[in-house]
Design a protein around this ligand. Structure first.
Ligand code: 1GP
Length: 253
């Protein structure tokens, strides 16, 4: 329960975290050690590893490199039960509560449960909510679900409340990788105030300003994937923004 406990503590202290999503299909292993060293020096808190579609056997290699070059936890972000890699530190056990596809609410979990039980992975039961973001995202297509409307904060709040009542320990609002529009502030604020669980927000966050807006609205963890793949300077920019936020909250306490 190390990561879950840490996130809970940080939420109570209003401390924010920075997660970098690594897509096993896109990682360039030739520059990877250098990238990892950079990420560690900027204070990245977590690596999320995975995505809705993974087309090469590289998750184990990715996790091994993270462990070799950093002490940052590697957290699986699986699209399905094929993406379980026992050498990682933890797994976001996602229940896609914004959707009505039973396979991603409980089906894949039944398949994965005996393997997860045998592994040392920390299980992070997560209410995963997709939010409409302007265009069809891979995750929406692959999951065969309709995302939540982006202008109905109460739908998002009730969904998260139900997830929390069912015992889920984290919430994840995702506009989808490479989303045209990031999750709106009003949705983040509604979910954050309706629940006590740490809130992860990602999808389409491609500037320090957007990250700051998400944190201000109540996100506890911001996730950046695509943006960093496209623009390496975004790594220090977001790191700086999370740091600024955490210094501000020290003064406020
Ligand atoms: C997607 O939340 C993540 O599941 C990150 O999205 O790649 O758009 O940063 P991006």
């Amino acid at each position: 329960t190390k990561i879950a406990a840490l996130l809970k503590k940080k939420r109570h202290e209003q401390k924010k975290s920075f997660a970098v999503l690594l897509d096993p299909d896109k990682v360039d292993f030739s520059n990877f050690p250098e990238f990892l060293a950079n990420a560690a020096s900027y204070g990245v808190d977590f690596f999320f590893v995975g995505g809705s579609l993974v087309t090469r056997y590289a998750i184990d290699q990715l996790v091994a490199a993270i462990h070799e070059h950093t002490s940052i936890p590697a957290i699986l972000f699986p699209g399905n039960s094929l993406h379980i890699e026992p050498s990682a530190d933890a797994i976001l056990l996602l229940s896609l509560i914004s959707g009505r596809n039973p396979e991603l609410l409980i089906g894949q979990h039944v398949i994965a449960a005996p393997l997860l039980r045998q592994s040392q992975l920390e299980i992070l039961p997560t209410g995963y909510m997709l939010v409409e973001s302007g265009k069809l995202t891979t995750v929406s297509y692959m999951s065969n679900t309709t995302p939540m409307p982006h202008d109905k904060p109460s739908v998002a709040a009730c969904t998260a409340m139900a997830g929390e009542m069912l015992g889920l320990k984290l919430m994840y609002l995702d506009a989808g990788s490479g989303a045209q529009y990031a999750v709106p502030e009003a949705i983040i604020a509604a979910v954050s105030s309706a629940t006590d669980t740490p809130l992860i927000v990602g999808g389409g966050i491609d500037s320090g300003e957007k990250a700051y807006t998400a944190l201000e609205a109540g996100a506890d963890v911001v996730v950046i994937g695509n943006g960093i793949e496209r623009n390496p300077l975004l790594l220090p920019e977001i790191a700086q923004c999370v740091k600024a936020f955490n210094q501000k909250s020290v003064k406020a306490v």
